[in-house]
Design a protein. Structure first.
Length: 344
C-alpha cells in the first residue's frame, strides 16, 4: 500500500511524503525533496519494528536545516570528480567545485536539493525530475526516474532510469545512512563486502586510475568483519578519513546481473541487511565526523554506514575504470536492493 502522508510548501515548491507499507507492516517513507529515504522500519528478532535510517526528525528539516545527503538520490554524478572537470568528445566541461577544488555528488545543484514529481503506480512509487542542459556544468537535458518498492519479502528495491539528449556522464546512487541495530554506533555490527580491490585515493579522496588489492589489509571485509576491527587503523588512508570512505570494486560474476555484494549483521537485535546490485562498485562510508549532529537524536561518530552502489568515482578522468558515459538517446538503467531479515 502507498499513501501520501504529508504535504508542505518550501521555496515555492510543494514537497510530499509518501509511505509504502508491505504486508508485514514494514514501512518506507519517501520525501520528494531529494527523492530521499527518510524512514524505514524492519523487525528485530523479537518482532519489534525499528527505524533503521539515520536522518532528521521532521521532513521539513531536510530543507530548513543545513544541507545533508541523508537518504537522497544523488546525481548527476554520485561521488567525486577530481578538479571539477572532465573531457568528453574532445570538449572539457567545468563542474561546480563544492568539495574543495573537486565536485561532489553533482555539485551545489545536485539532485539532493531538487523536488521530484511523484506518481503511484500500483505498489511502486515513481519519482521523476528533468535536469536542464548545463545544470551543475553537465551537458545535455537529463530525464531521471527513480522507482521505490518495499516488497512483501522485506526488500527495498530502487530502480534508476535516465536518458539524455546529448552524450554526458551519469552515476546515480542513494545516500541512505543505515543503522540496523539499537546502539548509537555501528561499530559492533558485522560487515561483508564481496570485493578484493578498492580504488585508492589521495588526501582529497580522489582516485587516480589505479587499483589496490586489499586481501590481508585493514580494508578487506571479504570474510565479514566487525566494523570496529579496523576503523581506527593507522593506515594512512583510513587515518586520513577517520574511518572508511572508499570505493570497493565488487567481485562480480557478470556485468549486468543483479548480484549479492554485501551484508550487514547486528547480532544484538538480530537484524540483517543483504545488499544486491548490478553496479561495479560501492562506496562504504562510516559517518566518520557526525558527532554532535542533531537529527532524530544527537548522533555520534560512526552512528551509521552508507553502502552507495555506483560507477567508480572520478571515472570520467580515469580510462581504466568502467565507463560512466551515457550516450545520447540510450537508456541508463540500474537496480539496487536492500533486503531485511532476522538472524537469531
Amino acid at each position: 500500500m502507498i499513501e501520501k502522508i504529508k504535504e508542505f510548501e518550501r521555496n515555492g515548491k510543494i514537497n510530499e511524503v509518501y509511505r509504502i507499507t508491505n504486508k508485514n507492516g514494514c514501512e518506507l517513507d519517501i520525501l520528494t525533496y531529494g527523492a530521499r529515504i527518510i524512514r524505514l522500519t524492519a523487525p528485530d528478532k523479537d518482532g519489534n519494528m525499528g527505524d533503521v535510517i539515520v536522518g532528521y526528525e521532521k521532513a521539513e528539516d531536510y530543507i530548513d536545516k543545513s544541507r545533508a545527503y541523508y537518504g537522497a538520490l544523488i546525481g548527476r554524478y554520485g561521488n567525486r570528480i577530481g578538479g571539477s572537470k572532465f573531457t568528453l568528445n574532445g570538449k572539457t566541461y567545468s563542474l561546480q567545485a563544492n568539495n574543495g577544488k573537486n565536485s561532489l555528488h553533482g555539485g551545489f545543484d545536485g539532485f539532493d536539493v531538487r523536488t521530484f514529481d511523484a506518481e503511484v503506480k500500483g505498489e511502486k512509487l515513481v519519482l521523476s525530475y528533468t535536469s536542464p542542459d548545463g545544470e551543475g556544468g553537465y551537458p545535455g537535458t537529463l530525464k531521471v526516474e527513480c522507482t521505490y518498492q518495499y516488497t512483501d519479502d522485506n526488500e527495498v528495491v530502487i530502480d534508476y532510469f535516465a536518458t539524455c539528449n546529448k552524450d554526458t556522464v551519469c552515476n546515480l546512487t542513494n545516500h541512505a545512512y543505515f543503522n540496523i541495530g539499537n546502539d548509537d554506533t555501528v561499530l559492533e555490527q558485522e560487515l561483508m563486502i564481496n570485493a578484493s580491490r578498492i580504488t585508492p585515493v589521495d588526501d582529497e579522496l580522489i582516485p587516480h586510475n589505479d587499483f589496490m588489492d586489499i586481501a590481508g589489509t585493514p580494508y578487506s571485509f571479504k570474510n565479514g568483519e566487525l566494523l570496529k576491527t579496523n576503523m581506527f587503523s593507522s593506515d594512512h588512508m583510513i587515518a586520513n578519513c577517520k574511518g572508511f570512505d572508499f570505493n570497493y570494486c565488487l567481485d562480480r560474476k557478470g556485468e549486468k546481473d543483479i548480484e549479492h555484494f554485501a551484508y550487514v549483521l547486528d547480532k544484538a537485535s538480530g537484524r540483517r541487511m543483504d545488499c544486491y546490485t548490478d553496479q561495479p562498485g560501492v562506496q562504504l562510508y562510516t559517518s566518520n565526523t557526525m558527532k554532535g549532529t542533531v537529527g532524530k537524536k544527537v548522533y555520534e561518530n560512526y552512528c551509521a554506514l552508507c553502502l552507495e552502489t555506483q560507477g567508480y568515482p572520478n571515472s570520467p578522468n580515469c580510462p581504466a575504470y568502467p565507463s560512466t558515459v551515457l550516450k545520447a538517446g540510450e537508456p541508463y538503467r540500474t537496480t539496487t536492493i536492500y533486503k531485511f531479515s532476522v538472524q537469531k
